[in-house]
Design a protein around this ligand. Structure first.
Ligand code: OGA
Ligand code: ZN
Length: 384
């Protein structure tokens, strides 16, 4: 069989492809996605779904010049769908997404040298390099950019090339330095155990950019661990603990003079297929657990099992950031921490900001447009 053919079945259109497979397109879906129902400039849907009959009837359908033409029984309507577009949107098939990159799970044996690296000048100078670096960063959940110019803004400017910066109660950009009257443990010289930032926020920030401007104090080394690896192993070793951490909302709370930000949420977030989607882990922002007393012992066992894994060197990568390096990591996946440092022995200054996951994904999709063989527009818009 080498030809495509179409068969109206009353309330659907069957398209049989040259490879012999058939896809069925319900008539209501076809009308809902008819190109005439979309604004020509904005490509947003303007047609009213409720103005359609429950089950639009196909009067006739045929193929012409790589497109399916449909005459509808109601109101003399006509639709034209490019075959490529129909194939791309076969019902039951999730359209490919350049930003849906399977995570590359890692543990301590990846080592600091295994963290993907890119040069600032390369990433800034080429869209291809930007896309390749973002791909690695999304896959591993972490990367390091080296060779930043000696400028306070270099890291934040690089982050802006990816997407809008996410403002929080700590500002658009935040200075991680030991300072008097801190409102956050990060602004002390204390050690920070592995954590994800701002677990107390309605939506904790996605990617964190930490530009090392100075790291001359004794101590102050960085620690990273892949929360997806910890969650995966917990699921294997202690499935009941994994389930409790995925199903039990617990309070996270930050408050200072101006702010009172709190949520109830689970430490592990699953997607609709049951895969681990996000980790929120921050023992210093955990509120007072408020589940019924008879559920507390089991929850504490689960919580401590996760915590014990965060302390296990088998999951940890340790490194000391150099001035001019910037670590970028998925704050809803990768846990970060630092060793205590002694401010009397030298200056330590990291400058940070966040770019949410959606922004990173958007930049990747735009940079990869055309790479799916459907052209710059084909895969991403209704069938114009
Ligand atoms: C932070 C943080 C790490 C560091 O600012 O949230 O964790 O190395 N800082 O100071
Ligand atoms: Zn932090």
């Amino acid at each position: 069989m080498t030809q495509t053919f179409v068969t109206p079945t009353g309330d659907a259109l069957a398209v049989t492809w040259p490879d012999g497979t058939t896809a069925e397109y319900p008539s209501i879906w076809l009308r809902d996605n008819c190109p005439s129902g979309f604004h020509a400039d904005t490509r947003e849907r303007v047609a009213d779904l409720l103005a359609l009959p429950d089950t639009p009837r196909i009067r006739a359908a045929g193929l012409n010049a790589g497109a399916v033409h449909i005459d509808w029984a109601d109101k003399g309507q006509h639709s034209r769908f490019p075959l490529d577009w129909l194939k791309h949107h076969s019902p039951g098939r999730i359209a490919p997404d350049a930003a849906a990159l399977p995570p590359q799970i890692w543990r301590g044996d990846l080592g600091a040298r295994g963290i993907p690296r890119a040069a600032h000048s390369t990433v800034q100078g080429s869209d291809t390099a930007l896309a390749d670096w973002l791909t690695q960063t999304v896959r591993y959940g972490i990367s390091i950019i080296g060779g930043l110019p000696d400028s306070r803004d270099a890291g934040m400017d690089a982050a802006r090339r990816v997407g809008f910066l996410r403002e929080t109660n700590f500002g658009i950009e935040f200075e991680v330095i030991s300072k008097p009257d801190p409102n956050n443990l990060a602004y002390t010289a204390l050690a920070l155990p592995l954590h994800t930032d701002l677990a107390n926020q309605e939506l904790p920030p996605g990617f964190q950019f930490l530009h090392c401007i100075a790291n001359a104090a004794r101590g102050g080394g960085s620690i990273f661990a892949d929360g997806f690896a910890i969650a995966r192993d917990l699921r294997e070793d202690h499935p009941e603990a994994f389930t409790l951490l995925a199903k039990t909302p617990v309070p996270f709370w930050f408050h200072d003079d101006d702010t009172d930000l709190r949520v109830h949420r689970s430490v592990i977030t699953l997607d609709s297929h049951g895969a681990v989607q996000e980790i929120k882990w921050n023992a210093h922002l955990a509120g007072v657990f408020d589940m019924p007393a008879d559920r507390m012992p089991a929850y504490y066992r689960a919580y401590r099992a996760f915590m014990a894994k965060t302390r296990d060197p088998a999951y940890q990568i340790r490194l000391k950031l150099n001035a001019g390096e910037m670590v970028v990591f998925d704050n809803r996946r990768v846990l970060h921490g630092r060793d205590a440092f002694d401010p009397a022995t030298g200056f330590r200054h990291l400058r940070g900001c966040y770019v949410d996951r959606g922004e990173v994904q958007s930049r990747l999709r735009v940079l990869r447009r055309g790479a799916d063989g459907l052209g710059a527009k084909g895969a991403h818009v209704p069938p114009f």
